[in-house]
Design a protein around this ligand. Structure first.
Ligand SMILES: Cc1cc2nc3c(=O)[nH]c(=O)nc-3n(C[C@H](O)[C@H](O)[C@H](O)COP(=O)(O)O)c2cc1C
Length: 176
């Protein structure tokens, strides 16, 4: 099955993007094909102007339309999801996620905004017609240390959540 990794951080390197890549690796081991899309790499002027006719944006949007599942990753910014991600979601048609499985993933600086995914991002994903929005996965950047040699080293509690999310997504994709 076709899984889109949609990264909504403006930063590089990005903890959120590293986490999405980990999801991609784990899903590849289960036989799924993942496609990477970082909004920060798209043409900024076209994004800000909401120009869905831009050829690069059209190509990016087609990745969403072709996906069976979308893992939407965002840093928590100001107790919500990133504006970068919103510029891209705003380009989708109202039914842009219709029929798709969606897994929301976020990283934040602390635990106090862990509900941001559920009160801010989840309603937007639902408004876009997502078929099934899986339970959100949230981790702090402290729980996701990066080792240059070994890559992302999630803390035990987060590793468990990641594996559960992957299992659930894999199971749902089998039913698609
Ligand atoms: C502009 C800005 C706003 C932020 N606002 C919050 C916030 O409201 N709550 C929070 O927990 N972390 C906040 N953070 C911390 C980031 O969410 C956190 O460092 C995240 O892991 C960054 O992910 P990234 O490396 O993928 O960009 C903010 C960071 C920045 C730069």
């Amino acid at each position: 099955m076709n899984v889109l990794l949609l990264g909504g951080s403006p930063s590089a390197p990005s903890t959120t993007w590293r986490l999405l890549q980990l999801f991609g690796e784990r899903l590849a081991a289960l036989g799924h094909r993942s496609v990477a899309l970082q909004v920060r790499q798209l043409p900024a002027a076209a994004l800000l102007q909401g120009d869905g006719t831009d050829p690069v944006l059209r190509e990016a949007l087609s990745l969403v339309f072709e996906a069976d599942a979308v893992i939407v990753g965002t840093p928590v910014y100001k107790a919500s999801f990133s504006g970068v991600l919103k510029t891209f979601l705003d380009l989708l048609p109202q039914d842009g996620l219709a029929g798709k499985l969606v897994l929301p993933v976020a990283t934040g600086g602390g635990q106090s905004h862990m509900l941001a995914l559920d009160y801010a991002l989840r309603p937007v994903l639902a408004a876009l017609g997502a078929r099934h929005i899986l339970p959100s996965i949230y981790a702090t950047s402290q729980q996701l240390p990066w080792d240059p040699a070994r890559g992302l080293q999630p803390a035990d509690a987060i590793a468990v959540r990641i594996e559960a999310g992957i299992e659930q997504l894999h199971g749902e994709l089998q039913l698609t």
